[in-house]
Design a protein. Structure first.
Length: 266
């Protein structure tokens, strides 16, 4: 049963995210993002699913104006992807329409499949070519848009509870939750361990995605990006589509609550 939302932007509540039904999907999303990040590195020695590295490159290249511009475009693409997710979720809510929570995830899947197809056709240049070629910046910008779409779509659907494309926050939260579990007992310890399990699991899944993707790119080239597309699609069909369908029932929507997500971020 979906209990997430009297606020229609929210699709999955904290207890649902932590449930046996949906936790595997959250881990799959992290695995897919880790695969995309490793795939980008395999292609052009640059990471793409998080802003930290991109922002650092902009600073490091200060004075090299063309490179600064190109990395700024990649950053802008990530932000544009995150903003685009609002059209399907918050934007529709503001107009009194039902949000389409699955649209950002399907969009990310489509972008990965397009990357695999266009890359295999030579649009983005050779795999393993010189870093910072113009074609590679186009490649990074396309992926950045897709990852911004994915990260914001999942975050909005879980009341900002789950992030999927970067691991600094989840690693920090894992440490906090695990330390809390060591200092508490009873129900408080159980909840802290549950949170630590999800957060630590996301980090391991992200690592696993990278470990699987790197040799795939070596074997399939750009075609390897179809693999994380399939992973994201499976997670969407497994959790987000059924949850969205459940919100179609007024009786389920009327019994929803958002109180449990207030201080939960992963």
């Amino acid at each position: 049963m979906n209990t997430a939302t009297s606020t229609p932007n929210v699709l999955l509540s904290a207890p649902e995210v932590l449930s046996k039904r949906h936790t595997p999907s959250m881990l799959l999303l992290a695995l897919g993002a880790g695969a995309v990040n490793a795939g980008a590195f395999a292609v052009c020695e640059r990471f793409v699913t998080h802003i930290t590295g991109i922002a650092t490159r902009i600073g490091v290249d200060a004075g090299r104006w063309l490179l600064m511009l190109e990395y700024s475009i990649v950053l802008a693409a990530f932000l544009a992807g995150a903003m685009a997710s609002v059209l399907a979720i918050q934007g529709r809510t503001m107009k009194g329409k039902r949000p389409i929570h699955t649209a950002p995830l399907f969009g990310a899947v489509a972008i990965l499949l397009a990357t695999a197809t266009l890359g295999s056709a030579g649009v983005f240049g050779p795999v393993g070519g010189r870093p910072e070629e113009t074609a590679h910046f186009a490649f990074l910008s396309v992926l950045a848009f897709g990852m911004g779409l994915l990260n914001a779509g999942v975050a909005s659907s879980t009341a900002l509870a789950v992030r999927t494309t970067h691991m600094t926050g989840p690693a920090t939260d894992f440490a906090v939750s695990f330390a809390t579990a060591l200092l508490t007992e009873g129900e408080a310890r159980r909840q802290a361990l549950q949170l630590a399990g999800l957060r630590g699991g996301k980090v391991l899944s992200f690592i696993g995605g990278g470990a699987l993707m790197f040799p795939l790119v070596g074997a399939l080239g750009y075609g390897a990006f179809a693999a994380p597309a399939v992973v994201l699609l499976f997670a969407t069909v497994r959790s987000f589509m059924p949850a969205a369908a459940a919100t179609q029932s007024p009786s389920l929507a009327d019994t929803s609550t958002t109180s449990s997500v207030a201080n939960f971020q992963t």
